[in-house]
Design a protein around this ligand. Structure first.
Ligand code: FE
Length: 212
């Protein structure tokens, strides 16, 4: 085993701690594919590096901020998010089949993967630990209001909450409501209000002036 393998062990332990069997299978596959010459471990390292350092919630935040300021882009995003993002020329190409769901007055959306931990990596980076946890995955379906309360969010009683279950094929991103008092703001400033959790639906976008 080389240093290279050792590094990978750490990566997998951190990101997929609940998938020991899968982890072993991935390593076995990687070894065989490398030995057969089908893949280059250096390229794999670059891909891992990409998701660890370059892709993160700032990507999704830029998408949301752009949708808040450009109604045509927002309409295209809600119609076919993957296509809208890839054809805009403003963002790196994404590979996921991404569905964007819009929060509106009276309707709030939350995202989960009840089966495992499917997540829109292309626009949010690596998932938070709680997203992969069994309590979140089961409780958000049965008691979304209770989960929201734990994140400090209380919605009006009449607000409908929809929970979207991600799969390997389809990933969801919540388009939070644009906070009041941000009229005329440039996109870069708007994007600062768009937190990772607001795009999972466990929180709302930050209010202007709420952060120091
Ligand atoms: Fe999953």
């Amino acid at each position: 085993m080389s240093d290279h393998d050792h590094e990978h062990e750490h990566d997998h332990d951190r990101d997929h701690s609940h998938l020991c069997d899968v982890q072993l299978r991935v390593r076995a596959l990687e070894t065989i594919l490398t030995e057969k010459g089908y893949i280059d471990p250096a390229v794999l390292d670059q891909i891992v590096e990409h998701f660890e350092t370059k892709v993160g919630p700032h990507v999704g935040a830029r998408v949301v901020a752009h949708a808040w300021t450009d109604t045509k882009f927002k309409a295209a995003l809600l119609e076919d998010a993957t296509r809208a993002i890839n054809e805009s020329g403003l963002f790196d190409q994404i590979g996921d089949h991404l569905v964007v769901v819009e929060n509106r007055p009276g309707e709030h959306n939350m995202v989960v993967c009840t089966l495992c931990s499917c997540y829109p990596w292309d626009v949010l980076g690596l998932p938070p630990v709680w997203y992969k946890s069994a309590p979140y995955r089961s409780r958000v379906v049965m008691d979304p209001r209770g989960v929201l309360a734990e994140f400090g969010v209380t919605l009006p009683e009449e607000t409908k909450i929809r929970v979207w279950d991600s799969t390997a094929e389809t990933r969801f991103l919540v388009l939070p409501q644009r906070p009041a008092g941000t009229e005329g703001w440039p996109e870069e400033r708007l994007a600062e209000l768009v937190t990772r959790d607001s795009m999972i639906g466990t929180r709302l976008a930050e209010q202007p002036g709420a952060r120091p």
